[in-house]
Design a protein around this ligand. Structure first.
Ligand SMILES: Cc1cc2nc3c(=O)[nH]c(=O)nc-3n(C[C@H](O)[C@H](O)[C@H](O)COP(=O)(O)OP(=O)(O)OC[C@H]3O[C@@H](n4cnc5c(N)ncnc54)[C@H](O)[C@@H]3O)c2cc1C
Length: 401
């Protein structure tokens, strides 16, 4: 991009949060540029399987959704952000549908599942490729517009410049700079890098390395709960080709239960994520777990309890992956162990996704507060869409005065 090009809103990252922000900024009238580390398609959002929460059931409400978020976070979430997340969830779903994302339906309504920590069935799905479907719809919406896309642009520094911001990138040709009135950081979390440091497995895409958070902190932004990393209770443990795969939580929503080596249920399989993961760690520590063929700790996930119809409609990708690896989860239980999955904390934002620095916004996994120290399944994709839309609109308004 030519130095000094008049950009109103520069979005960093092309996951669900960045795409939602860029599209919303453009629709609000801004000149938008989106810069991303590798390709537009390379991110965690596309890997998300299980679903996205929204209180759309007849017995549900945004207030109940908010209660569940607060309880699952052990009251560490920011109630103002939670109110925004849950009250705007139904509208976010309608927006995604307008963009062409077709959620799975049955009996004239949405097919809703109950996820861990939830008091109601609230999880919408697109089979078990929900993140793929959402990002595809957002990407197609963005590509139909006029936003400039700079792929293979890795943000290396960010500083205030004149009335706005200057972002510096490493590119295959060397370096690039983009000036913009406002910047939206949507570069995700750091669990891939963190797992590598710890010598552990992660569900995350290799681009989830978290350097943008460090860059924002260096620029003076505030962060919270950065130490609160989340283990997904059900990483694939065996066969080796499934290690690091996140077995969708919808397996448990549709009846799968966790069993120890003796075949005993040792925890509520639909508890909050941190509780279920800790129960697995404790069971193994107490010597009641089992081991994979390559000596890794594990417990059983009894997927044979899932009804065939539910599996075929809501878990087709998971079935294909396991069957391709030689195991039929509907005929035999599978081995599982918690795996590093999500950065709960992040940059401090207000209800319009603005960080503590004026004109610098953050949305999606890079932002903190919405989930406190323990996120519920299905609320991350939701956060990307709700706060991505808010960030894009607010950044556009600020840039255009
Ligand atoms: C396997 C898996 C399954 C999941 N399942 C679900 C689910 O069912 N429901 C749910 O709600 N959540 C789920 N999650 C969590 C959720 O998908 C993510 O937290 C969320 O999508 C993050 O979106 P994001 O846009 O913030 O970041 P990402 O989607 O990770 O996108 C970040 C973007 O920033 C780019 N980037 C990173 N660093 C830089 C840099 N320095 N410069 C430029 N660009 C950069 C990346 O390349 C990428 O494009 C799942 C996550 C995984 C990994």
């Amino acid at each position: 991009m030519a130095p000094g090009a008049p950009i109103d809103v520069l979005v960093i990252g092309s996951g669900a949060a960045g795409l939602a922000a860029a599209l919303s900024a453009e629709r609000a009238g801004a000149r938008v540029a989106i810069a991303t580390k590798t390709t537009l398609q390379a991110n965690n959002s596309s890997k998300a399987q299980g679903g996205i929460q929204a209180a759309l059931g007849a017995d549900d409400s945004p207030a109940l959704h908010a209660e569940d978020v607060m309880r699952s976070s052990h009251d560490t979430a920011d109630p103002g952000l939670v109110e925004v997340l849950t009250s705007e969830a139904p509208g976010a779903i309608a927006w995604l549908e307008e963009l062409g994302c077709g959620f799975t339906r049955e009996n004239g309504g949405y097919r809703l599942a109950r996820c861990g920590g939830a008091s109601r069935k609230r999880l919408l799905q697109v089979g078990d490729r929900t993140g793929h479907a959402i990002t595809k719809a957002l990407r197609e919406g963005l590509e139909a517009g006029a936003a400039t896309v700079s792929a293979h642009h890795r943000l290396t520094s960010l500083g205030q410049s004149g009335a706005g911001w200057r972002a510096t990138f490493e590119t295959p040709d060397g370096a690039d700079e983009i000036d913009a009135a406002t910047v939206v950081l949507a570069s995700g979390g750091r669990c891939f890098a963190e797992a590598a440091t710890r010598g552990e497995l992660s569900t995350n895409h290799p681009n989830a390395t978290g350097e943008t958070t460090r860059i924002a902190l260096d620029a003076g932004a505030a962060a919270r709960d950065l130490d609160a990393l989340q283990y997904h209770p059900n990483g694939g443990a065996w066969p080796a080709t499934m290690q690091g795969y996140s077995i969708p939580e919808t397996t448990r929503a549709y009846g799968a239960v966790l069993l120890n080596a003796e075949g005993e249920e040792f925890t509520d399989s639909l508890g909050p994520r941190d509780v279920v993961s800790q129960a697995i760690f404790d069971e193994v520590e107490a010597g009641r777990g089992t081991e994979t063929e390559d000596g890794r700790p594990a417990v059983w996930l009894d997927t044979t309890r899932i009804a065939v119809d539910d599996a075929e409609v809501s878990l087709p990708y998971m079935l294909r992956r396991y069957r391709g690896a030689g195991i039929d989860p509907l005929a035999e239980p599978i081995l599982t162990y918690p795996v590093l999955h999500y950065q709960n904390g992040g940059l401090v934002i207000d209800a319009h996704a603005e960080t503590t620095l004026e004109g610098l916004y953050a949305c999606g996994e890079i932002a903190g507060g919405t989930h406190g120290r323990n996120r519920m399944m299905g609320n991350s994709l939701l956060e990307c869409v709700v706060f991505g839309r808010r960030a894009g609109t607010a950044a556009s308004e600020k840039a255009r005065g």
